[in-house]
Ligand binder design. Sequence first.
Ligand code: PA5
Length: 452
Amino acid sequence: MNRIELDYSFITDFIPEEELFRYQPQIDSLHRTLHAKTGAGSDFLGWLDLPGNITDDELKRIEDTAGRIRKSAEAFIVIGIGGSYLGARAVIEALSHSFAGQTAEKPKIYYAGQNMSGKYLSDLLDVIRDKNCAVNVISKSGTTTEPALALRLIGETLAKKYGRQNMKDYLYATTDAAKGALRKMADKEGLTTFVISDDVGGRFSVLTPVGLLPVAAAGISVRELVRGAADMMHFLNETDLKKNPAYLYAVIRHALYSKGKAIEILSNFEPGLHYISEWWKQLYGESEGKQHKALFTASVDFSTDLHSMGQWIQDGVRNIFETFLWVKKHPSGTTVPKTDDDSDGFNFLAGKTFDYVNERAYEGVRLAHKEGQVPNMTLLIPELNAYYLGQLIYFFEKACAVSGYLLGINPFDQPGVEQYKSNMFALLDKKGYEEQTKKITDMRGELKTKKV
Ligand code: PA5
């Protein structure tokens, strides 16, 4: 099979190859732990075999529902946050027209429930009010504040427009099989629902209906996405670091972290990959950032950010390394035009494709960054399509699990995100948070506000 490859040629100047391959026994053992499901967080390993377990019937049900949405809706609103929306958005934005909002293609896709900005939501209502709408609300717990509040607002608006009794014609819910407020509401209203199984955590759920329904509603082949993930799953069922690029990626990250690198930057040269980076940041940041450990995951979009963060990457604190995403084949063929007077001096590029120029920029940047003491590696993606994105998703998921185990943490929980929630609920006077409210009130009393 054609597949994503890891080019680590520019790592070995910083870490000798033997040092990387010395991880082999540890990787063998972690591979066994992962596949025997005996490690930390093993209740959440449903994603590991998932691409091979999705049935034709499940895909068909997703495609049929997506077909209904595509037929009826001018606006399709995906409500969810974190793992319940980033994967879908990543795939949709990578594979859609760069100006999907301005083309005639229907439905237009909007996202809600990923923030609590009143301006964002009222602007969204302005845009969707006069359009035929369909909504997919996605929440595994069914109780997350941001999507719950967005659903209230959008649900209210659509109920006024279509009648509450017709909710099942425009609202689709993806949630737990039995638990949570969203499940209760969906059952009560007779909505079409899709289930997120208990053993798949949010940020590993893009290949469940969480990601697949929105992706299909955007007109993208979920069969190709799943096929790519399944091929990568089989390919990565191998412990040898010389044959398993996901394990090697995990090892390189860990080796660099152990040598004091604190930040991994994911750099792309394709604007459409912006949300792939957002999804990746969440996957690694939320999985690994525990017990005061782990790399901080950052991202840049090149060549745009070469004119902003490029300076810092080239010359700032040397506590970073970089992983490039490079797409090898481009269909566009758009070329640089020739001008009569060559006033800008760029006629030497006339007739060359923009992608050729972009590729020289990528090569120049990886060399420059290596010389600037930034270890870097590249994930070579043969082409930007659903099949290779499926490969990429599974690649990052598997590498993340092993990378987390190398750190000695549980990559499948997220205890830290509860802290802000309990403070927020206490400050909002939610019932049950009285003790926290008192603690915060006392803290505020003791705190001398300093303002200038
Ligand atoms: O990866 C995770 O577990 C989180 O990012 C969740 O997906 C996110 O908090 C949304 O949770 P829920 O789907 O329960 O609304």
